[in-house]
Structures are given as structure tokens and as C-alpha cells.
Design a protein around this ligand. Structure first.
Ligand code: HEM
Length: 512
């Protein structure tokens, strides 16, 4: 009797579910979703076959056909791409809250302690608290100012090593990432850690390789993210590499945290926070915190700052110098401004930057044509919504292709041309208000490190142009210079820039 009645209940439950599903399907058929236009997906792979080695360019080409908002399918995942300033404004401003989440990816899981950092953590109280801490404690104007002496010392070290290279060939990116890595590690970790001369546990070279690998793996299209049932096979071998690189970072970060802890214990009551790790550990100890930050969280935030801060600024400066080598008249205009405003007997200081509009215009133009994150960092919709009349369902992965919108002929004259003059005499906002120009993103998830990045990029670029004449090696001409990109979370030059630098100021100025 008992089993008969349970069979009845199960059958009734199944019948109700079937009716519900049927009515849902009928309703959908009567009111089908009005999805954005896009190419027809293949079974299983969706549109992944349309992605080339530079996905932002493949997606750009598709958007030329399907429009400023389009829908793709990556495996079983719905993907929506916005490619114009107008759509970017809807996604990142009008409906920002609904697009403020990040998709779950293997990179977030395996390289950031299971989404414990800021970049990959989903929208919610943990992320909100991290963001507040970042803006109020770590990147306040006062704190950034207090670290200016570090930026000055490290820039001087770069200028000195360029002077000592004495016109010989150098790989510019290596020198630039040494400066940015040293600045960021001194601000975040309290010392260089990675200096050859110190008792470091990772050599600078090895650490740079780790950062490159981390960046690449955070930007790749990992098939397992889109076709989840293939995940366990790790078809491209990316997950294995993620585990390896994150183990290397963990060893380094454990060492950093142990050292910081030891100083705290040794100094007891007299302890004063000196760097960002000290500050993070102090915040993590606060018993009134809304959401607890564990040791893994401190490690994940530290790694976030090191990675995001190092690669991005160095890549942008390398692009700016490459573009100037293609157009020597820009170098001439820049040095005219520098000689007039700064003079030939001193270096550029941060307080001079507002008086150097042409230098600022070069940096801005480099970020327009070579955005570090050409499709921002992917977002994920929190609820079903409508954008420009189209239905976007909850859980859709969203890209804002700023590589497209920042080259859109509707917004820019001769968009492919590197032309800093386009910004001269105009109030230009690069901090998330003018949606034609958003290299740092916009809205709630906008880059929190933009003020530091701008100081680093403009300050270093100004001094590189002020202090040196730049030349391509040997008989190489500007037409031989390869301007191809390679893909990762940042978009650096495919071939690193090799270059010669000769001093252009009186020799006394180079004595640091
Ligand atoms: C040229 C320099 C830089 C550029 C172009 C850049 C660009 C970006 C972009 C486009 C995003 C994603 C924004 C979005 O989803 O809307 C981002 C996020 C982020 N950036 Fe930057 N960034 C730069 C430098 C820095 C620096 C120096 C730091 C810190 C030291 C930093 C820390 C971060 C963090 C933590 C996030 C994640 C924010 C979140 O998800 O809430 N960035 N950045």
C-alpha cells in the first residue's frame, strides 16, 4: 500500500513538472526571446570556431556584420558583445549593477585561490568590501602621494641604466617591467623582494616569466570553461599550467606573509603598517569586518596588485614608444614641449605632468589604440534584462569590445591613425565618463588602479622622451617595425621592441 501511494505521488509530481515545462515552452514559442543578432552556432562548440588567435579582432570583424550588440555562443555559454560607446554606456552605467558580476572560469578558480581576489570574485559583499578597502586604504590620493619617492627612485634607476647602455641595443619592455615591478613590489610588499642582490626566493627573471604566464592564462579561451563536460580532459593543457604557476606564486606569497607577520610580532605595540601587505593583514584582522578575509584572500589580493600593476603600464609605454618611432614628428613635438616647460637641466616630476598636455595626449592615444584589456575583463549578467530592445538572459557572459569602440569611425576621425593632436585643446576624460574612451573600463568594476597607472605611464614616458633620442637598431627603418599584437589578458607587442637610446640632455643631468 505504502509503495503504491509513493508511486502515485512520484507520477503526479512528474506529470506536474512535464506540464510546467510544456507551458513554459509554449509561452516561449508564443513570446520568443528577442536575442541580439549573431552567427548561427554549431552544436557543442557554438561559435568557438570563429575565434582566431586575436579574439578581440575576430569579434570586431563579426560585429561589423552583426552590429554593435550581438550574441554568440561559446560552447554552451551565451555570450553577448557590445562594440560601441552607446552600448558600453548601457552595460557599464545605466545597467551597471546587473553587469557587475564576473563569469566563473578555471583561471579564477585555480590562479586566484578560488575567486578570492578582487578581479575574479563575483559581485557581492566580499567583492564590495575588497573594493572599498582598495579605494579607501590602498589607493587613496594621500597614500599614492606618500609613495611618490619610490616612483622617483625607480624611474631614476631606469634612466641611469639607459644612460649606461651607451647607445647599445636594449629590449625596452624588460627595462620597463623592471621599473613597474619594482615600484609595485615596493608599494605592495615593502621592498623589491625580487632584487638579484637581495636574498630573494624568486629571481626577477623567473618572476617576470610567472607574471607573463599568469596574464596569458587569465586571458586565454579555455575550452573547459565553455564546454564544461570536456573540462576534466583539459584539452589545451591550460589548467595544468594554471596549477603550476599558482603553486609558484603561492610559495612566494607564503614567504612574503611570513616575513610580514614576523615583523608584526617582533615590533608588537610599536608596529606601524609600511606597505600594502601590512595594511591588508591589518584589515584582515579587524573583528568587525563584514566578511572575513582569510590568509588565502590576503595572498590573492597581493597577487592581484602585483600582476595588474606590473604588466599593464609597461605594455602601454612600450606601445607608445613604438608608435612614436613610426612617426618621428611626434618625438619632435614632444621634446619641444619638454624643453619649453621643463628645460634641459632637469628631469620631469609628477607635479609637472598637468603642464605637459602633449605628453598626456601621447599616453592617451596609446591607450586608445592599444588597450591593455581590449574586451575589458568579462562580466556576467545577474538577472534577465533588456538592452537596446534585445533580451539578455541571466548568466550570459558579456564582453565590451573597447578595441572596436575606441576605433569606431563614428566617434573618431581617421581612427587607425596614431594622432595625439586629436586630444589637444579638448577636455578628455579617460576615467570612465566618456564611453568612447574607456581603457580602464567604467562603473562599479572599473580599474581601481588607474591613478597609479596614469602616474607611472605619463611620468616614465615623459622622462624617456626628455632624456633620450630613440632609434631603431642598425639599418632598420620605421617601415620594418612590426606592430603585431599577441593575446592574453593584456595585449602586448608580439615582437618585443629592440631599440637604441642616446642621451639628449647635458651629461651632468645623468648623475643620479
Ligand atoms: C595601463 C594600466 C592599466 C589599465 C589599462 C587597466 C585596465 C583595467 C581594466 C580594463 C579592468 C577591467 C575593468 C572592467 O571590468 O570594467 C581592470 C581591472 C582591474 N585593475 Fe587595472 N588597469 C591598469 C593598471 C592597474 C594597476 C596599476 C592596478 C593596481 C596596482 C590595477 C588593478 C586592477 C584590479 C584589482 C582590477 C579588478 C577590479 C574589479 O574587478 O573590481 N590595474 N583594469
Amino acid at each position: 500500500m505504502h509503495s503504491l501511494s509513493s508511486t502515485f505521488y512520484v507520477a503526479a509530481w512528474l506529470a506536474t513538472m512535464a506540464l510546467l515545462l510544456l507551458s513554459l515552452r509554449l509561452r516561449r514559442r508564443r513570446n520568443p526571446l528577442n536575442r541580439p543578432p549573431g552567427p548561427k552556432p554549431w552544436p557543442i562548440i557554438g561559435n568557438l570556431n570563429l575565434m582566431g588567435p586575436l579574439p578581440h579582432r575576430s569579434i570586431h570583424d563579426l560585429s561589423q556584420k552583426y552590429g554593435e550588440i550581438m550574441q554568440l555562443k561559446f560552447g554552451s555559454r551565451n555570450v553577448v558583445v557590445g562594440s560601441s560607446a552607446e552600448i558600453a554606456k548601457i552595460l557599464l552605467k545605466t545597467q551597471d549593477l546587473n553587469f557587475a558580476c564576473r563569469p566563473k572560469t578555471a583561471a579564477g578558480k585555480y590562479t586566484t585561490y578560488n575567486y578570492s581576489d578582487m578581479t575574479w570574485s563575483p559581485y557581492g559583499p566580499y567583492w564590495r568590501q575588497a573594493r572599498k578597502m582598495c579605494l579607501v586604504v590602498l589607493f587613496s590620493a594621500k597614500r599614492l602621494e606618500s609613495y611618490e619617492y619610490i616612483r622617483v627612485e625607480e624611474t631614476n634607476a631606469l634612466l641611469k641604466s639607459l644612460f649606461e647602455a651607451n647607445g647599445n641595443e636594449i629590449r625596452l619592455k624588460d627595462l620597463l617591467s623592471t621599473v613597474t615591478l619594482n615600484v609595485i613590489s615596493r608599494m605592495v610588499l615593502g621592498k623589491r623582494y625580487l632584487d638579484e642582490s637581495e636574498d630573494s626566493i624568486v629571481s626577477p627573471d623567473e618572476f617576470r616569466k610567472m607574471l607573463d604566464e599568469l596574464f596569458l592564462l587569465n586571458g586565454v579561451f579555455n575550452i573547459g570553461d565553455f564546454i564544461p563536460w570536456t573540462g576534466f580532459m583539459d584539452l589545451q593543457g591550460y589548467v595544468k599550467r594554471m596549477k603550476v604557476v599558482s603553486k609558484k606564486f603561492d610559495r612566494f606569497l607564503e614567504h612574503v606573509l611570513d616575513e610580514h607577520n614576523a615583523r608584526r610580532i617582533a615590533e608588537g605595540e610599536k608596529f606601524v603598517a609600511r606597505d600594502m601587505v601590512d595594511l591588508l593583514m591589518q584589515v584582515a584582522d579587524d573583528p568587525d569586518l563584514d566578511v572575513k578575509i582569510e590568509r588565502n584572500g590576503v595572498k590573492a589580493f597581493t597577487q592581484d596588485l602585483l600582476a595588474a600593476g606590473t604588466e599593464s603600464s609597461a605594455t602601454t609605454i612600450e606601445w607608445a614608444i613604438s608608435e612614436i618611432l613610426k612617426k618621428p614628428e611626434i618625438f619632435q613635438k614632444a621634446t619641444e614641449e619638454l624643453d619649453r616647460v621643463i628645460g634641459k637641466n632637469s628631469w620631469v616630476q609628477e607635479k609637472d605632468l598637468p603642464n605637459l598636455p602633449y605628453i598626456r595626449a601621447i599616453a592617451t592615444e596609446a591607450m586608445r589604440l592599444h588597450p591593455v584589456a581590449p574586451m575589458l575583463v568579462p562580466r556576467r549578467t545577474r538577472e534577465d534584462c533588456k538592452v537596446a530592445g534585445y533580451d539578455i538572459t541571466e548568466g550570459t557572459q558579456v564582453f565590451v569590445n573597447i578595441w572596436s569602440s575606441m576605433r569606431d569611425p563614428k566617434s573618431w576621425d581617421q581612427p587607425e591613425d596614431f594622432c595625439p593632436e586629436r586630444f589637444i585643446g579638448k577636455e578628455v576624460d579617460i576615467k570612465g565618463h566618456d564611453f568612447r574612451l574607456i581603457p580602464f573600463g567604467a562603473g562599479r568594476r572599473m580599474c581601481p588602479g588607474y591613478s597609479l597607472a596614469l602616474k607611472l605611464i605619463e611620468g616614465t614616458l615623459a622622462n624617456l622622451l626628455h632624456g633620450f633620442n630613440w632609434k631603431l637598431p642598425g639599418t632598420m627603418t620605421k617601415d620594418d617595425l612590426n606592430m603585431e599584437e599577441t593575446f592574453g589578458l593584456s595585449t602586448p607587442r608580439k615582437v618585443p621592441l629592440v631599440i637604441e637610446a642616446r642621451p639628449r640632455l647635458p651629461l651632468d643631468v645623468y648623475r643620479f
